[in-house]
Design a protein around this ligand. Sequence first.
Ligand SMILES: Cc1cc2nc3c(=O)[nH]c(=O)nc-3n(C[C@H](O)[C@H](O)[C@H](O)COP(=O)(O)OP(=O)(O)OC[C@H]3O[C@@H](n4cnc5c(N)ncnc54)[C@H](O)[C@@H]3O)c2cc1C
Length: 543
Amino acid sequence: MQNSEAFDYIIVGAGSSGCVLANRLTASGRHRVLLLEAGPNNRHPWLHIPLGFGRLFNNRRFNWCYQTEPQPECHNRRIIAPRGRVLGGSSSINGLIYIRGQAEDFNIWRQLGNAGWSFDEVLPYFRKAEDNERGADQFHGVGGPLAVSDLCDRHPLAEAFVEAALQSGHPRNDDFNGSIQQGAGYYQTTMRNGVRSSTAGGYLRPARRRANLKVVSEALATRIVFEGRRASGIEYLAGNEERRARANAEVIVAGGAFNSPQLLQLSGLGPASLLQSHGITVVADAPGVGDDLNDHISGRIMLRCKEAITLNDAVRTWSGKVAAGLRYGLTRRGYLTIAALTAGCFLRTRPSSATPDVQCSIALYSGDLIGGMPHPFSGVTGVCTLLRPESRGYVRIKSADPRESPAINPNYLATAKDRETIVEGVKVLRRIFQAPAMARHIAEEIEPGPQCVSDDDLLDFIRRCGSTTYHPVSTCRMGNDATAVVDQRLRVRGLAGLRVVDASIMPAVVSGNTNAATIMIGEKGADMILEDAAAATQVSAAA
Ligand SMILES: Cc1cc2nc3c(=O)[nH]c(=O)nc-3n(C[C@H](O)[C@H](O)[C@H](O)COP(=O)(O)OP(=O)(O)OC[C@H]3O[C@@H](n4cnc5c(N)ncnc54)[C@H](O)[C@@H]3O)c2cc1C
């Protein structure tokens, strides 16, 4: 690593957690940090306008646009697997829903042996991150870098959905991130005054003024360099130029659930047979690297509406687009501020479930393809997400070339329980759409349609049309069993100077959306890194 620029910490990936780390590790001024991001800067307007998420699904400039391997339980379909590839990572292109998960999710992490990760122990980090426009309370914080707001506008169809859920017997819930998750209500979102709050905006922008932070975008980390069993730096590609940087303290991998295990495998950490089959020298035979991929799958029903008040109607004509643009420009309100989903209901499909096992939501648009053109008629989508999928898959390199996509196999619907729960969930979702408050707006269900009645038919529909909710985790799983990749302080087990701090460390996916929990992991990870640095300084001062 001679002749390479030296830093204390090198962070790979400027996503939800990478930007948090860059901010917190540079705040004291004591540590020099390099932040590498494969994607470009985040200046494009669609990265800031909330509705931009719909424009970025297929945008190869800001999105890795991955696809899964053929899914055996989904008629061998390849399913889209978008990921942010830009400053802010997936927090710059996501659907803006702010849901942390259930307290029980984190208590299970703790019960699996991960000391420090119970809900009571992670709650302070959720609060620290947050600037909730509703103000502070036991569960919420103000003054943090992540703006959390109510929707700018309450749409009549979202009102109707909540009312219909109440009519179907579900309780009202005005705060899904409060004492209880169950019930129906509106989502809060990561935006403020009609503008997206990504980690690039909230955390990275203020930190970039600091002289001790160097940010290099359009820089693909290709290999972690080891000296013995200590990570000592990074090799990366800036354009076609190969560069190296030295990390005197640590390399921190924050590339997300697909790219973090890919980088570890490319660097010689992973299943030995996989690495050897690609001619990669094995640094550590770590069979768990890339294993256990866990993701949310959804069933999506589509309904034609009676009134021309859906997003489909607003964007169908040039005059509608201009009106929405003008309204946004003048007031920061209107259709351009809608999030991917507006209102929802967390519920238990069976009495034996201790906590909600599905999330049902309404989206104010419909279309044949996710991220494609909306239908040429008024339509909405009902989304049912399986909250605690048992199915697990993997991420594995397909080549030693870091520019080549890894094989991504979430193994959706692999267990009978997953299949049964999502079928029950879609049935409940349909009942909400059939309740009087919603039914008066609906002309007909177009997908799967009234002919689809039996459980077998519904399951076949989900196999045919089900898709991800974009929450892959667990490919560098935290734990203390033989195949866990990181320990409870997020250090890669068996190696020195190397951590993984991003969504990939979650032992299992949380029962909600994953951005908030990943930002929490970034906050907690930064604290642990700084504590360990302080302890190391004390030891060397005493010696
Ligand atoms: C389309 C979409 C919609 C979503 N909707 C929601 C939602 O509404 N609410 C919610 O809570 N969550 C949502 N999520 C999920 C949430 O955004 C992610 O779980 C979270 O952002 C993951 O954070 P991360 O830090 O693990 O990875 P990311 O935020 O994906 O960041 C990883 C970063 O590392 C970079 N990188 C990767 N490899 C390298 C390398 N080798 N060298 C350099 N840089 C590298 C990537 O380009 C990326 O910028 C959505 C995600 C997507 C994709």
